[in-house]
Design a protein around this ligand. Structure first.
Ligand SMILES: [Ca+2]
Length: 521
């Protein structure tokens, strides 16, 4: 009897020790970072700290953003909802002034309600504050964005402060690096990627924890979607130098976790908000803008460390992943009169074992970047085919202020004006003017150059993808669901029979009612 009781007591103590450890989450988000790393077979751009994180992570080879624009993507990461559903249609700062809907239940809101400590250091770029409440908040709202987003020593100081305040609650810490975002149009004195900021040269200041890495333009390998010119190579070399600050920053932050004794209790998620700021990248939903790096390190599944996953995952999967990590359910509530359903799924099962089925499609949705840049697109990306719907295809694709002044875009403009060879797979005209539908066979045509949408051989493929895209637009309550061929009527006479009504506005193809269906959810 006595021995039996000892056994029970031992079991209870052991259970408490193993299962009541705080289980934390650290999100490390790069700003406009892509695949410039040996992890993704770039042999030039050195990222030793990311490599080290990869050795204790699952490396996702098929991760995609929900939208290739800063604030909309960050809102999708933090709400699990695409931008057209959470309301953050474009950039949050300055005149753009986009915000998520007041009733959105974001990750920091849900975690705070569940007694989990929440912190943010670096770039936030979403609002309003009451939708995205972080208990510990060191962002561009109370610091210079250059300091809190690019000065890795300054950022480390705040992480240290967060980790050493005698609070034993589990936590979510979200670190938004501003690197390697461009800065040429705001701070040209620091170089096109702020690659000189804090490098110790006269007038540039010093970031004690950063050892800048320089690159020779002769060594740069130009990605297929950028023109192969000397100016583009110089631009990429500057981006690589800034990536060395991001990489070393990531190493510093992980070291802080280790020193605080919580590394082995913490799920670490690394990714980027959108594609790199080059043609076809950021603000585009070609793969150059939509595909993202992603590493997830789970201390519970060390047997998967260093392995790769081919599951097609999306940044909207982060909310269900973190909720499951903390053992929380997503609440039942309505937004714009419709019950909100997460379309993302928890990635924790993938961290345990590579899935043998499912995970074969991702969606994306873009409306604006800057307030003037209205260019709505909806995308379904599968393993073989990709469908892009350019809703306002008759207007030119817009260019943002930051990218416009970049050496790479100026090079494209100057070469076009002077009728020089672009050394690019496109012309500016074809880049600006896109058809309503783009359909690519990604396996045969990974550069997305041969549009099959108007090839009769692919009519069934096109139809089937359109139906799937329409279903997702229904589930996510997409206000653009009838555009551009119709108008959505969902109140008054149409309250119980919401419908797309045809405009007869002469779009490129006949209005087909079966492709514009509204299902009452
Ligand atoms: Ca960004």
């Amino acid at each position: 009897m006595f021995l039996h009781n000892v056994g029970i007591i031992f079991f209870v103590l052991n259970y408490v020790t193993v299962h009541c450890k705080p289980k934390n989450v650290l999100v490390l988000l790069g700003d406009d970072v892509g695949f410039e790393s040996q992890i993704y077979d770039n042999k030039i751009c050195k990222t030793p700290n990311l490599n080290k994180l990869a050795s204790r992570s699952v490396v996702f080879n098929q991760a995609y953003t929900s939208v290739s624009s800063c604030s909309p993507s960050r809102s999708a990461i933090l709400t699990g909802l695409p931008q057209h559903q959470n309301g953050m249609y474009g950039l949050h700062h300055s005149v753009h002034h986009f915000n998520s809907f007041d009733d959105v239940r974001s990750l920091p809101y849900l975690l705070q309600k569940a007694g989990i400590r929440t912190g943010i250091i670096g770039k936030k770029h979403v609002g309003p504050e009451y939708v995205y409440p972080f208990e510990f908040s060191q962002t561009e709202e109370n610091h210079s964005i250059l300091q809190i987003g690019r000065n890795i020593t300054y950022m480390r100081h705040y992480l240290h402060k967060f980790l050493h305040n005698n609070d034993s609650r589990p936590f979510l810490m979200y670190i938004g690096f501003h690197d390697p975002h461009r800065c040429g149009h705001v701070h040209p004195e620091f170089g096109s990627f702020c690659e000189k900021f804090g490098n110790g040269e006269p007038g540039m200041g010093v970031i004690p924890d950063w050892k800048p890495v320089s690159y020779n333009t002769d060594d740069i390998l130009v990605p297929y979607f950028i023109q192969n010119t000397e100016i583009a190579k110089q631009d990429i070399a500057a981006q690589y130098t800034t990536i060395s600050r991001l990489d070393q920053g990531i190493g510093l932050m992980i070291k802080e976790l280790e020193l605080a004794g919580v590394l082995d209790d913490t799920l670490i998620i690394y990714s980027s908000d959108n594609g790199i700021p080059f043609p076809n990248g950021r603000t585009n939903l070609y793969d150059a803008g939509m595909a993202e790096p992603m590493l997830i390190s789970s201390p519970s599944d060390t047997h998967r460390w260093g392995q790769k996953s081919e599951a097609m995952v999306n940044l909207v999967d982060i909310v269900p992943t973190v909720l499951e990590w903390f053992g929380l359910d997503y609440p039942t509530y309505k937004l714009n009169k419709q019950i909100v359903k997460l379309t993302g799924k928890s990635l924790l099962p993938i961290l345990h074992e590579e899935p043998t089925s499912g995970w074969n499609s991702v969606y994306a949705s873009h409306d604006l970047h800057e307030v003037t840049m209205y260019y709505p697109m909806r995308v379904l990306r599968k393993r073989q085919y990709k469908l892009i719907h350019n809703i306002n295809y008759k207007m030119p694709f817009p260019i943002d202020q930051d990218f416009y002044l970049s050496p790479t875009f100026q090079d494209l403009l100057n070469r076009t004006r002077h009728k020089k060879n672009l050394n690019w797979t496109k012309s500016l005209k074809s880049y600006y003017y896109r058809p309503q539908w783009e359909l690519y066979n990604i396996i045969n045509d990974p550069q997305e150059l041969k549009n099959l949408a108007y090839n009769k051989q692919f009519i069934d493929v096109l139809r089937s993808l359109k139906v799937e895209l329409n279903q997702w637009q229904n589930i996510t309550n997409d206000p653009w669901i009838c555009a551009p061929g119709g108008v959505l009527e969902a109140s008054g006479t149409y309250k119980y029979t919401p419908s797309c009504l045809p405009l007869d506005n002469d779009t490129e193809e006949q209005y087909d009612e079966s492709e514009y269906t509204i299902s009452v959810v």
